[in-house]
Design a protein around this ligand. Structure first.
Ligand SMILES: Nc1nc2c(ncn2[C@@H]2O[C@H](COP(=O)(O)OP(=O)(O)O)[C@@H](O)[C@H]2O)c(=O)[nH]1
Ligand SMILES: [Mg+2]
Ligand SMILES: [Zn+2]
Length: 360
Protein backbone atom coordinates (compact mmCIF):
# COMPACT_ATOMS: atom_id res chain seq x y z
CA UNK A 1 0.00 0.00 0.00
CA UNK A 2 1.20 3.48 -0.80
CA UNK A 3 1.07 6.47 1.48
CA UNK A 4 -0.62 9.52 -0.02
CA UNK A 5 2.67 11.38 -0.03
CA UNK A 6 4.30 8.58 -1.94
CA UNK A 7 1.50 8.59 -4.49
CA UNK A 8 2.00 12.27 -4.89
CA UNK A 9 5.69 11.77 -5.53
CA UNK A 10 4.95 9.11 -8.10
CA UNK A 11 2.53 11.40 -9.87
CA UNK A 12 5.09 14.14 -10.03
CA UNK A 13 7.61 11.88 -11.67
CA UNK A 14 5.13 9.93 -13.77
CA UNK A 15 4.47 6.45 -12.47
CA UNK A 16 4.01 4.71 -15.84
CA UNK A 17 7.75 4.52 -16.27
CA UNK A 18 8.04 2.29 -13.25
CA UNK A 19 8.90 -0.83 -15.19
CA UNK A 20 11.59 -2.12 -12.90
CA UNK A 21 13.91 0.73 -13.66
CA UNK A 22 11.88 3.01 -11.44
CA UNK A 23 11.05 6.56 -12.25
CA UNK A 24 13.61 9.04 -13.35
CA UNK A 25 14.65 10.43 -9.98
CA UNK A 26 15.50 14.06 -9.78
CA UNK A 27 18.77 15.44 -8.47
CA UNK A 28 18.96 15.83 -4.71
CA UNK A 29 18.55 19.58 -4.84
CA UNK A 30 15.06 19.19 -6.27
CA UNK A 31 14.07 17.36 -3.14
CA UNK A 32 14.39 20.60 -1.27
CA UNK A 33 12.43 22.72 -3.71
CA UNK A 34 9.08 24.29 -2.87
CA UNK A 35 7.21 21.39 -4.35
CA UNK A 36 8.85 19.07 -1.92
CA UNK A 37 8.37 21.48 0.94
CA UNK A 38 4.79 20.26 0.94
CA UNK A 39 6.01 16.73 0.97
CA UNK A 40 8.28 17.36 3.92
CA UNK A 41 5.47 18.81 5.97
CA UNK A 42 3.42 15.70 5.30
CA UNK A 43 6.24 13.43 6.28
CA UNK A 44 8.59 15.60 8.22
CA UNK A 45 10.15 12.85 10.29
CA UNK A 46 11.15 10.55 7.47
CA UNK A 47 11.86 12.44 4.29
CA UNK A 48 12.77 10.56 1.15
CA UNK A 49 16.43 11.02 0.35
CA UNK A 50 18.45 10.23 -2.73
CA UNK A 51 21.35 7.86 -2.18
CA UNK A 52 23.92 5.92 -4.16
CA UNK A 53 24.50 2.23 -3.47
CA UNK A 54 28.18 1.82 -2.73
CA UNK A 55 28.20 -1.79 -1.61
CA UNK A 56 25.70 -4.53 -2.06
CA UNK A 57 25.18 -7.80 -0.32
CA UNK A 58 22.23 -10.08 -0.90
CA UNK A 59 19.71 -8.19 1.21
CA UNK A 60 21.52 -5.25 2.70
CA UNK A 61 22.97 -2.27 0.90
CA UNK A 62 25.40 0.41 1.97
CA UNK A 63 23.96 3.65 0.73
CA UNK A 64 25.70 6.99 0.54
CA UNK A 65 23.28 9.83 1.19
CA UNK A 66 24.03 12.25 -1.60
CA UNK A 67 23.36 15.46 0.30
CA UNK A 68 25.22 14.64 3.52
CA UNK A 69 27.80 12.06 2.27
CA UNK A 70 26.85 9.90 5.23
CA UNK A 71 26.78 6.11 4.71
CA UNK A 72 23.81 4.17 6.03
CA UNK A 73 22.68 0.58 5.73
CA UNK A 74 19.38 -0.08 4.02
CA UNK A 75 17.16 -2.94 3.07
CA UNK A 76 14.94 -2.84 0.03
CA UNK A 77 11.23 -3.08 -0.61
CA UNK A 78 10.56 -6.52 -1.96
CA UNK A 79 8.76 -5.19 -5.03
CA UNK A 80 11.99 -3.61 -6.23
CA UNK A 81 14.09 -6.73 -5.85
CA UNK A 82 11.48 -8.75 -7.70
CA UNK A 83 12.20 -6.78 -10.86
CA UNK A 84 15.83 -5.92 -10.59
CA UNK A 85 19.05 -6.72 -8.78
CA UNK A 86 20.28 -3.61 -7.06
CA UNK A 87 23.93 -2.99 -7.91
CA UNK A 88 26.69 -0.60 -6.93
CA UNK A 89 26.23 2.72 -8.63
CA UNK A 90 22.45 2.59 -8.46
CA UNK A 91 20.73 5.74 -7.35
CA UNK A 92 17.83 5.01 -5.06
CA UNK A 93 15.31 6.86 -2.95
CA UNK A 94 15.53 5.78 0.65
CA UNK A 95 13.67 6.59 3.84
CA UNK A 96 14.22 5.94 7.49
CA UNK A 97 11.53 3.66 8.82
CA UNK A 98 9.02 4.82 11.41
CA UNK A 99 9.63 2.15 13.98
CA UNK A 100 13.40 2.03 14.13
CA UNK A 101 16.56 3.57 12.86
CA UNK A 102 16.75 1.44 9.76
CA UNK A 103 16.53 2.71 6.23
CA UNK A 104 14.48 1.27 3.45
CA UNK A 105 14.96 1.61 -0.30
CA UNK A 106 11.61 2.55 -1.78
CA UNK A 107 12.51 3.39 -5.37
CA UNK A 108 15.23 2.59 -7.90
CA UNK A 109 16.04 5.59 -10.09
CA UNK A 110 16.44 5.14 -13.82
CA UNK A 111 19.95 3.99 -14.70
CA UNK A 112 22.11 6.09 -17.01
CA UNK A 113 23.95 2.95 -18.13
CA UNK A 114 24.85 -0.53 -16.98
CA UNK A 115 27.96 -2.68 -16.82
CA UNK A 116 26.59 -6.06 -17.77
CA UNK A 117 27.10 -9.42 -19.35
CA UNK A 118 24.54 -11.49 -21.17
CA UNK A 119 23.59 -14.98 -20.17
CA UNK A 120 23.75 -16.62 -23.59
CA UNK A 121 21.06 -19.23 -23.02
CA UNK A 122 18.39 -16.86 -21.77
CA UNK A 123 19.67 -13.68 -23.41
CA UNK A 124 19.12 -11.99 -20.04
CA UNK A 125 21.40 -9.27 -18.75
CA UNK A 126 23.39 -9.74 -15.60
CA UNK A 127 24.08 -6.24 -14.37
CA UNK A 128 27.22 -5.71 -12.31
CA UNK A 129 27.29 -1.95 -11.77
CA UNK A 130 25.46 1.11 -13.03
CA UNK A 131 25.76 4.84 -13.66
CA UNK A 132 29.43 4.63 -14.59
CA UNK A 133 30.97 7.69 -16.28
CA UNK A 134 34.31 6.21 -17.22
CA UNK A 135 36.01 2.86 -17.64
CA UNK A 136 39.64 2.78 -16.61
CA UNK A 137 41.36 -0.18 -18.27
CA UNK A 138 44.46 -0.85 -16.22
CA UNK A 139 47.40 -2.77 -17.68
CA UNK A 140 50.91 -3.40 -16.48
CA UNK A 141 53.97 -2.82 -18.65
CA UNK A 142 56.08 -5.33 -16.72
CA UNK A 143 54.44 -8.05 -14.64
CA UNK A 144 51.87 -9.36 -15.54
CA UNK A 145 52.92 -8.99 -19.16
CA UNK A 146 51.23 -6.40 -21.35
CA UNK A 147 48.57 -8.04 -23.55
CA UNK A 148 47.14 -5.94 -26.38
CA UNK A 149 44.38 -8.49 -27.02
CA UNK A 150 43.12 -7.99 -23.50
CA UNK A 151 42.91 -4.22 -23.95
CA UNK A 152 40.97 -4.72 -27.18
CA UNK A 153 38.55 -7.00 -25.36
CA UNK A 154 37.87 -4.44 -22.64
CA UNK A 155 37.53 -1.72 -25.29
CA UNK A 156 34.92 -3.81 -27.13
CA UNK A 157 32.99 -4.15 -23.87
CA UNK A 158 33.17 -0.41 -23.31
CA UNK A 159 31.63 0.04 -26.78
CA UNK A 160 28.90 -2.46 -25.96
CA UNK A 161 28.08 -0.63 -22.71
CA UNK A 162 28.42 2.75 -24.44
CA UNK A 163 30.75 4.09 -21.77
CA UNK A 164 33.96 6.03 -22.56
CA UNK A 165 37.21 4.28 -21.71
CA UNK A 166 40.81 5.23 -20.99
CA UNK A 167 43.86 2.97 -20.77
CA UNK A 168 46.41 3.08 -17.97
CA UNK A 169 49.94 1.81 -18.56
CA UNK A 170 50.96 1.08 -14.98
CA UNK A 171 54.31 0.10 -13.40
CA UNK A 172 56.22 2.43 -15.73
CA UNK A 173 59.07 2.34 -13.20
CA UNK A 174 59.67 -1.21 -14.41
CA UNK A 175 59.45 -0.53 -18.13
CA UNK A 176 62.51 -1.73 -20.04
CA UNK A 177 61.19 -2.01 -23.59
CA UNK A 178 59.43 -5.31 -22.87
CA UNK A 179 57.16 -4.46 -25.84
CA UNK A 180 56.65 -1.65 -28.36
CA UNK A 181 54.92 0.88 -26.12
CA UNK A 182 55.14 3.65 -28.72
CA UNK A 183 53.21 1.53 -31.19
CA UNK A 184 50.54 0.75 -28.58
CA UNK A 185 50.18 4.45 -27.83
CA UNK A 186 49.78 5.24 -31.54
CA UNK A 187 47.17 2.51 -31.80
CA UNK A 188 45.15 4.08 -29.00
CA UNK A 189 45.50 7.49 -30.63
CA UNK A 190 44.19 6.05 -33.90
CA UNK A 191 41.11 4.61 -32.24
CA UNK A 192 40.59 7.70 -30.11
CA UNK A 193 41.29 6.35 -26.63
CA UNK A 194 43.16 8.46 -24.09
CA UNK A 195 45.95 6.85 -22.11
CA UNK A 196 48.11 7.57 -19.07
CA UNK A 197 51.55 6.23 -18.25
CA UNK A 198 51.80 5.99 -14.49
CA UNK A 199 53.70 4.47 -11.61
CA UNK A 200 52.82 4.05 -7.98
CA UNK A 201 56.46 4.27 -7.09
CA UNK A 202 56.92 7.74 -5.62
CA UNK A 203 60.48 7.98 -6.91
CA UNK A 204 59.42 7.45 -10.51
CA UNK A 205 58.86 10.46 -12.78
CA UNK A 206 55.62 8.75 -13.85
CA UNK A 207 54.23 9.07 -10.33
CA UNK A 208 53.17 12.65 -11.00
CA UNK A 209 50.97 11.53 -13.89
CA UNK A 210 48.63 10.16 -11.25
CA UNK A 211 47.88 13.80 -10.36
CA UNK A 212 46.85 14.48 -13.96
CA UNK A 213 44.69 11.35 -13.90
CA UNK A 214 43.09 12.48 -10.67
CA UNK A 215 42.04 15.76 -12.27
CA UNK A 216 40.33 13.87 -15.06
CA UNK A 217 38.43 11.70 -12.57
CA UNK A 218 37.02 14.66 -10.67
CA UNK A 219 33.26 14.38 -10.15
CA UNK A 220 33.10 11.09 -12.07
CA UNK A 221 32.20 7.54 -11.16
CA UNK A 222 34.94 5.36 -12.62
CA UNK A 223 35.23 1.59 -12.77
CA UNK A 224 38.67 -0.04 -12.83
CA UNK A 225 38.99 -3.06 -15.07
CA UNK A 226 42.06 -5.17 -15.60
CA UNK A 227 43.73 -8.45 -14.90
CA UNK A 228 44.61 -9.30 -11.35
CA UNK A 229 48.03 -7.96 -10.34
CA UNK A 230 48.18 -4.98 -12.72
CA UNK A 231 47.88 -2.56 -9.82
CA UNK A 232 44.22 -1.48 -9.69
CA UNK A 233 44.06 -1.41 -5.89
CA UNK A 234 47.41 0.30 -5.67
CA UNK A 235 46.33 3.05 -8.08
CA UNK A 236 43.18 3.68 -6.06
CA UNK A 237 45.26 3.86 -2.93
CA UNK A 238 47.66 6.36 -4.54
CA UNK A 239 44.80 8.48 -5.84
CA UNK A 240 43.30 8.58 -2.36
CA UNK A 241 46.65 9.59 -0.86
CA UNK A 242 46.64 6.56 1.40
CA UNK A 243 43.13 6.99 2.75
CA UNK A 244 41.91 3.80 1.10
CA UNK A 245 44.79 1.63 2.29
CA UNK A 246 43.40 1.92 5.79
CA UNK A 247 40.05 0.57 4.68
CA UNK A 248 41.66 -2.38 2.88
CA UNK A 249 43.76 -3.25 5.90
CA UNK A 250 40.68 -3.24 8.09
CA UNK A 251 38.85 -5.48 5.66
CA UNK A 252 41.77 -7.87 5.46
CA UNK A 253 41.70 -8.29 9.22
CA UNK A 254 38.08 -9.27 8.95
CA UNK A 255 36.83 -6.52 11.25
CA UNK A 256 34.05 -5.61 8.85
CA UNK A 257 33.24 -9.18 7.90
CA UNK A 258 29.64 -10.06 7.30
CA UNK A 259 28.70 -6.85 5.57
CA UNK A 260 31.02 -7.81 2.76
CA UNK A 261 29.74 -11.19 1.74
CA UNK A 262 28.84 -11.80 -1.91
CA UNK A 263 30.23 -8.42 -2.89
CA UNK A 264 31.21 -8.16 -6.51
CA UNK A 265 32.43 -4.66 -6.46
CA UNK A 266 32.28 -1.72 -4.20
CA UNK A 267 32.52 1.99 -4.65
CA UNK A 268 35.22 3.94 -2.96
CA UNK A 269 34.09 7.45 -2.13
CA UNK A 270 37.04 9.80 -2.51
CA UNK A 271 35.21 13.04 -1.70
CA UNK A 272 35.21 14.46 -5.19
CA UNK A 273 35.21 11.24 -7.19
CA UNK A 274 34.05 7.66 -6.92
CA UNK A 275 35.98 4.58 -7.99
CA UNK A 276 34.72 1.05 -8.34
CA UNK A 277 37.55 -1.40 -7.77
CA UNK A 278 36.38 -4.50 -9.52
CA UNK A 279 38.12 -7.79 -8.94
CA UNK A 280 38.16 -8.05 -12.73
CA UNK A 281 35.44 -9.21 -15.01
CA UNK A 282 36.07 -12.75 -14.03
CA UNK A 283 35.99 -14.34 -17.39
CA UNK A 284 37.31 -12.36 -20.30
CA UNK A 285 35.32 -14.48 -22.69
CA UNK A 286 33.42 -12.40 -25.22
CA UNK A 287 31.04 -15.14 -26.32
CA UNK A 288 28.05 -13.12 -25.13
CA UNK A 289 28.89 -10.11 -27.30
CA UNK A 290 26.43 -9.62 -30.17
CA UNK A 291 28.22 -10.82 -33.31
CA UNK A 292 26.35 -8.42 -35.57
CA UNK A 293 27.63 -5.50 -33.54
CA UNK A 294 31.24 -6.59 -33.15
CA UNK A 295 32.51 -5.03 -36.38
CA UNK A 296 30.99 -1.74 -35.24
CA UNK A 297 33.46 -1.74 -32.34
CA UNK A 298 36.35 -1.65 -34.84
CA UNK A 299 35.52 1.49 -36.81
CA UNK A 300 39.12 1.91 -38.06
CA UNK A 301 38.83 -1.40 -39.94
CA UNK A 302 35.73 -0.35 -41.88
CA UNK A 303 37.48 1.13 -44.93
CA UNK A 304 39.22 -2.23 -45.40
CA UNK A 305 36.08 -4.29 -44.79
CA UNK A 306 34.41 -2.25 -47.52
CA UNK A 307 37.30 -2.69 -49.95
CA UNK A 308 37.31 -6.49 -49.75
CA UNK A 309 36.21 -8.11 -53.00
CA UNK A 310 33.53 -10.29 -51.43
CA UNK A 311 30.90 -8.98 -49.05
CA UNK A 312 31.18 -12.02 -46.81
CA UNK A 313 35.01 -11.93 -46.71
CA UNK A 314 36.39 -13.62 -43.61
CA UNK A 315 39.64 -11.60 -43.82
CA UNK A 316 41.84 -14.69 -43.46
CA UNK A 317 45.19 -15.34 -45.12
CA UNK A 318 43.32 -17.59 -47.52
CA UNK A 319 40.46 -15.16 -48.28
CA UNK A 320 40.47 -14.18 -51.94
CA UNK A 321 40.48 -10.46 -52.69
CA UNK A 322 40.80 -9.47 -49.02
CA UNK A 323 41.83 -5.81 -48.68
CA UNK A 324 44.02 -6.55 -45.66
CA UNK A 325 46.43 -8.55 -47.86
CA UNK A 326 47.74 -5.29 -49.30
CA UNK A 327 49.01 -4.16 -45.88
CA UNK A 328 52.72 -4.24 -45.07
CA UNK A 329 53.54 -5.86 -41.70
CA UNK A 330 56.72 -3.78 -41.54
CA UNK A 331 54.93 -0.47 -41.93
CA UNK A 332 53.95 1.09 -38.60
CA UNK A 333 50.46 2.23 -39.61
CA UNK A 334 49.67 -1.08 -41.29
CA UNK A 335 51.00 -2.98 -38.29
CA UNK A 336 48.44 -1.22 -36.09
CA UNK A 337 45.58 -2.13 -38.40
CA UNK A 338 46.75 -5.76 -38.61
CA UNK A 339 46.99 -6.00 -34.84
CA UNK A 340 43.44 -4.70 -34.44
CA UNK A 341 42.30 -7.10 -37.18
CA UNK A 342 43.87 -9.99 -35.24
CA UNK A 343 41.88 -8.98 -32.14
CA UNK A 344 38.71 -8.67 -34.19
CA UNK A 345 39.16 -12.10 -35.76
CA UNK A 346 39.87 -13.74 -32.40
CA UNK A 347 36.74 -12.30 -30.86
CA UNK A 348 34.61 -13.06 -33.93
CA UNK A 349 35.76 -16.69 -33.99
CA UNK A 350 35.10 -17.03 -30.27
CA UNK A 351 31.57 -15.68 -30.66
CA UNK A 352 30.89 -17.82 -33.74
CA UNK A 353 31.81 -20.98 -31.85
CA UNK A 354 28.57 -20.71 -29.88
CA UNK A 355 25.94 -22.65 -31.79
CA UNK A 356 22.94 -20.61 -32.92
CA UNK A 357 20.49 -22.67 -30.84
CA UNK A 358 22.33 -21.74 -27.68
CA UNK A 359 22.08 -18.03 -28.44
CA UNK A 360 18.33 -17.67 -28.50
N1 LIG B 1 56.87 -1.66 -9.42
C1 LIG B 1 55.58 -1.39 -9.28
N2 LIG B 1 54.77 -2.26 -8.66
C2 LIG B 1 53.46 -1.96 -8.56
C3 LIG B 1 52.92 -0.75 -9.08
N3 LIG B 1 51.59 -0.73 -8.84
C4 LIG B 1 51.31 -1.88 -8.18
N4 LIG B 1 52.41 -2.62 -8.01
C5 LIG B 1 52.52 -3.93 -7.33
O1 LIG B 1 51.80 -4.90 -8.09
C6 LIG B 1 51.17 -5.84 -7.23
C7 LIG B 1 49.69 -5.93 -7.54
O2 LIG B 1 49.04 -4.71 -7.21
P1 LIG B 1 47.51 -4.62 -6.85
O3 LIG B 1 47.17 -3.20 -6.66
O4 LIG B 1 47.14 -5.55 -5.75
O5 LIG B 1 46.86 -5.18 -8.21
P2 LIG B 1 45.32 -5.51 -8.53
O6 LIG B 1 45.19 -6.98 -8.43
O7 LIG B 1 45.12 -5.04 -9.94
O8 LIG B 1 44.48 -4.77 -7.56
C8 LIG B 1 51.47 -5.38 -5.80
O9 LIG B 1 52.55 -6.12 -5.31
C9 LIG B 1 51.84 -3.92 -5.98
O10 LIG B 1 52.70 -3.48 -4.98
C10 LIG B 1 53.82 0.16 -9.74
O11 LIG B 1 53.44 1.22 -10.23
N5 LIG B 1 55.13 -0.23 -9.82
MG1 LIG C 1 42.99 -5.48 -6.22
ZN1 LIG D 1 38.68 -9.18 -46.19
Amino acid sequence: MLYPAELRLRNLFGSEKNNGYGHNCQPTSVLFSDVYGIFFIMNEQNPLQQAKIIRSAKREFDCLLLHSHETVKATSLREILKNEHLVVGDHVMIRQQEADERYEIVELCERKNEIFRKIIRTNKKKVIASNVDLIMIVSSVSNPKYKPFLIDRYLARACEWEIPAIVIFNKMDEFEDQFDLELEKKKLELIGVNFFEVSNNEDSPYYQNLEVLKKLLKDLTTICLGQSGVGKSKIISSLSEGKIELVSARLAKGVDKGAHTTTWAEIVDLDDFYIIDSPGIRSLAVSDLPLEELSGYFAELHPYFQACKFKDCKHQESSKGCAFHALDPNDEGDKIILSRLASYRKMRDEISEIPEWERS
